[in-house]
Design a binder for this molecule. Sequence first.
Ligand code: BGC
Length: 248
Amino acid sequence: MEVLGIDIGGSGMKGGIVDIKTGEMITERFRIPTPESGSPKKMGKVVTQIVDHFKWNGPIGCGFPTSMKNGVCLSASNLSDKWVGINVENYFSELVGQPITVINDADAAGLAEMHFGAGKNRTGFVLVITLGTGIGSGAFYNGQLIQNTEIGQMYYKKYENVEHYAANSVRKSKDMSFEKWGKRLNNFFEYAELIFSPDLFIIGGGGSKYWQEIKEQIDIRTEIVPAEGRNQAGIIGAAMAGRRHKFM
Ligand code: BGC
């Protein structure tokens, strides 16, 4: 079955048609930068452009970079505050004239990794951590998603939250070496390990492509592996959410 997956991040909005039975993308990825204002109006327009680009008429799933409850945005995180309280599902569905299922972006990436990637057949408590503009988390217990964990929002020392300390966007804006960023990530993973004691961490999101450069710095007791879907997992998982009853 084919579903259009849309992965909305703090810096890019990406779409692709996915065969959700195999977890493969059957089109090229189409990407438009996230409008700087992060406003509902501008981002809604981009969602329409993505749907139009694929001339899509069918099920659509979308990952959205904020905590979400039943389609409603609960906190704006790296987007405009105007999002808070908006039913994003209804808003996007009305704009494109087709029903769209919306879940948190890291939950979406996690769904793809657990079904088709590094988390396949893994039981126990798995945390999928996405490193991008922010730090996202998808939590799974025996393969079942526990929605809307926000590990990146935990306080860390003098920082407002740990994503302001260790996200990939912080590395970029501070022009940090991989060694320094890797050390920060190690502190982050030690902290998350202390609080949650997971059985496995899977690292995804744009920052996971630097796994080779940072892995020397990561020294924790929990097993930790890079996502297999890397950057595509967000689109694939979003598409899976478009068929929510089957996977969640
Ligand atoms: C948001 C999360 C999101 C993560 C990755 C964080 O700022 O609070 O909801 O999953 O960024 O986009």
